[in-house]
Design a protein around this ligand. Structure first.
Ligand code: ADP
Ligand code: MG
Length: 700
């Protein structure tokens, strides 16, 4: 790395002309410390200022380039001192308003001057105006200053560092490097690792994206498909991949407990189940058992569609930990799910003499103290809980395994917190992470490069596909009829009311209204209500009643979205389905079709239907395959939203786009492997360039 220090691009930004310590401090807020950082602060979009718009055709709210003559220029003292210029091009006029201006500017912007301006057009009571436009004077037929007419890059800016400044800086940085060294910025990638030999080299690519030439295609650049962008995207994806793998290598250098005992107990458990593991479950359990036997921490993600039977696999792992004299913790994202898990685990573990405890935010007082004691002295083998497991007074005797259910609901940092809690004698607990958000394989390998991934790609036998119908809300009466018929045939029904603007209170009220109406419409049926504002006891009792078929219809908010398991329920009605995302609809629908009965799902919607909502409903009707739905979701929304950068540990990408550039991923994988094997110096340099100094990553 010592040689790197000599690289001109690694010098401080203050080496650039005009950058003093005050500006350097502001740049630091953008993560810019070195000349290299300036160059990798990439534009996130481009503006086409080559096309001017006749002033008469302007509309408020658009960003536009205009050209015209100053007809009137005056300094006004209304409220604040300001310079007002009226500019006209024969089709109309508008006002330019400057609150900050120098004397020189005031002289320049005098009557008769021809200007080309750019900015956001606003509407005022005195007509249209642009506040602080970017402008330049046009003298004769010539454009007076700077870059000429090309696509203008737009950077993410910050207080005190505006677009023009950032543009100056990048020009400056590009120029400085050219002057300083023969090969300009150091290109770390050996040519043979690049999947496309036609790509421009690094310096050319950077120049192109920062200063697109006059003939650049705005279409290609906007879509991110220009070879210069692809070249940079490849390097960025590679850096991301390297950083996640480095994170994983770090973790695997830690110690953990090698868990090898427990054969008898596991067999006893498997015999007690009313079914056999599916082949997929057995295979995934095999992976996990192998991991747990290693003297370093397991870090495994189990992906499995809704209803594929992830809980049993988690139970097997937990039993193994306890059989080896250690403890296991299961973390669930909602109280409802934690309670359901606890009920299952207690039932399963009792014959095995393993003590199971439930810890949620609702526990307090003496009961909580007892619970803490059990965890601390080790009599409790398995604890199931919500976020409450992170509370500072939760202490484990010897936690060897942390299981995180429905991982998409947690951030990467939360799961690492649980890891820290289990640290003991220099050993870290194994981690098993479970998710029902299936994503395509190449994407998974990229987004979860810090994890090993197993997939339960098979549903337990005897499941019949859920038939899905989409109906406008006007058909509600016929749906109520259908609910009635189903219940008369001893089936049970979920009636789901949507979440309203993230307000638990309003959602609860909506559910209460529906509950009241359905109770009237279905007088001979037993209707129950479940929502997030009820306390844990009420929720639990309601769920129990429904599970034991002491009720026919459960009116609920989306609290039942994750994990809830009542096999006899075979009809689901979802109101305002047009408001929900695909993943959520799929999760909800996964609550039915768990028994042997034929199941159905009614998606009620209200007009107007947006285009995307229409497509979502169509996809739901077409398929029930979680992987297919995730793939379509990816197309509709892009991976950023599907995965959430929080959840994957993927830092924000600058040029790359996981979806658009997914064809690069195999080459990225390959390159990463090769570099990790033989070129640690290149790995370090790329991480420094793209990821920074551990600001975005770290073990927490
Ligand atoms: P998910 O993967 O969505 O968490 P669950 O673990 O809740 O799924 O399992 C869904 C249902 O399938 C449960 O009722 C569970 O008992 C049942 N189940 C799990 N594995 C099997 C199997 N191998 N054969 C039959 N039923 C199974
Ligand atoms: Mg589950």
């Amino acid at each position: 790395m010592n040689a790197n220090i000599e690289l001109p691009e690694l010098r401080s930004v203050t080496a650039l002309y005009g950058v003093g310590s005050a500006l350097a401090d502001k740049l630091a807020q953008l993560g810019i410390h070195t000349i290299q950082d300036v160059l990798f602060h990439l534009p996130f979009r481009y503006e086409d200022r080559t096309q001017t718009i006749p002033i008469g055709e302007l509309q408020a709210g658009v960003r536009a380039a205009i050209e015209g003559d100053i007809e009137l220029s005056e300094v006004s003292f209304r409220r604040r001192r300001q310079l007002l210029c009226r500019i006209s091009d024969g089709t109309g006029w508008l006002t330019l308003r400057f609150f900050h201006f120098s004397n020189a500017q005031q002289t320049q912007l005098s009557r008769g001057t021809r200007l080309r301006c750019f900015g956001e057009v606003r509407s005022t009571t005195n007509g249209l105006e642009i506040v602080h436009p970017e402008y330049r004077r046009i003298i004769g037929n010539n454009i007076a200053v700077d870059t000429g007419d090309t696509l203008t890059p737009v950077y993410s800016a910050t207080e005190g560092v505006q677009q023009t400044r950032l543009r100056q800086l990048t020009t400056n940085a590009l120029q400085t490097l050219k002057n300083k060294s023969q090969h300009a910025i150091r290109d770390w990638l050996p040519n043979e690792l690049l999947p496309d030999k036609q790509w421009p080299n690094l310096q050319t690519a950077l120049e192109y994206v920062h200063r697109p030439p006059p003939d650049a295609s705005i279409d290609l650049l906007t879509k991110g498909l220009h070879p210069a962008q692809r070249r940079l995207a490849f390097e960025e994806l590679l850096a991301q991949q390297l950083s996640l793998r480095a994170l994983r290598q770090d973790i695997q250098r830690d110690n953990s407990w090698s868990l090898t005992n427990g054969k008898d107990l596991l067999e006893q458990f498997l015999h007690s189940l009313p079914f056999k593991l599916t082949r997929a479950q057995a295979r995934v359990w095999n992976d996990i058992e192998h991991d747990l036997a290693q003297p370093y921490p397991m870090l495994r993600l189990v992906q499995g569609d809704v209803g594929s039977g992830k809980t049993i696999v988690a139970a097997l792992a937990a039993i193994k930990a306890v059989a080896c004299g250690m403890q296991a913790a299961v973390m669930a994202p909602t109280e409802l799910l934690a309670e359901q898990h606890a009920r299952n685990f207690m039932q399963w573990m009792q014959p095995l003499n393993i003590e199971v405890a439930l810890l949620t935010g609702k526990h307090s007082g003496a009961a909580r103290d007892r619970l803490m004691q059990g965890l601390h002295n080790g009599t409790t083998g398995i604890v199931i809980g919500t976020h409450a497991l992170f509370q500072s007074d939760v202490r484990f005797a010897k936690l060897a395994l942390a299981i995180i259910d429905e991982q998409h609901r947690f951030g990467v940092h939360q799961r690492l917190l649980l890891r820290e809690k289990g640290m003991q004698e220099n050993c870290y607990p194994h981690q098993l992470i479970m998710t029902a958000t299936p994503i395509p394989r190449t994407l998974a390998m990229t987004a979860y490069a810090d994890l090993d991934v197993s997939v339960i790609d098979e549903l337990p036998p005897g499941r019949t596909p859920v038939q899905t119908v989409v109906l406008p809300d006007g058909r509600r009466d016929s749906v109520v009829q259908r609910v009635h018929e189903a219940c008369k045939q001893q089936h049970q029904v979920y009636w789901v009311c949507p979440l309203i603007e993230e307000s638990e209170l309003l959602s609860a009220q909506a559910a209460e209204d529906t509950y009241a109406k359905l109770s009237v419409a279905l007088p001979d049926l037993r209707v129950l209500l479940l929502h997030g504002r009820m306390n844990a006891k009420q929720k639990d009792a309601t769920m129990m009643q429904f599970k034991q078929h002491q009720a026919d219809v459960l009116v609920a908010t989306t609290v039942i979205e994750v994990g809830v398991d009542v096999p006899n329920a075979s009809v689901m009605v979802i109101e305002n389905a047009e408001r929900m995302g695909l993943a959520q609809l799929h999760q909800l629908r996964g609550r039915v079709g768990r028994g042997s009965a034929h199941s159905s799902c009614v998606l009620l919607f209200q007009y107007p239907l947006s285009d995307i909502a229409k497509q979502r409903l169509h996809i739901m009707r077409e398929t029930s395959d979680g992987f297919e739905i995730a793939r379509r979701d990816l197309e509709l929304r892009g991976p950023g939203e599907l995965l959430g950068t929080k959840q994957t540990g993927l830092a924000q990408l600058r040029v790359a786009d996981l979806m658009r550039d997914s064809d690069l991923l195999p080459a990225v994988q390959q390159a990463a492997e090769q570099l990790l094997k033989s070129s640690p110096d290149i790995v370090a340099a790329l991480l420094k360039r793209w990821i920074g100094h551990g600001e975005r990553f770290g073990k927490v």
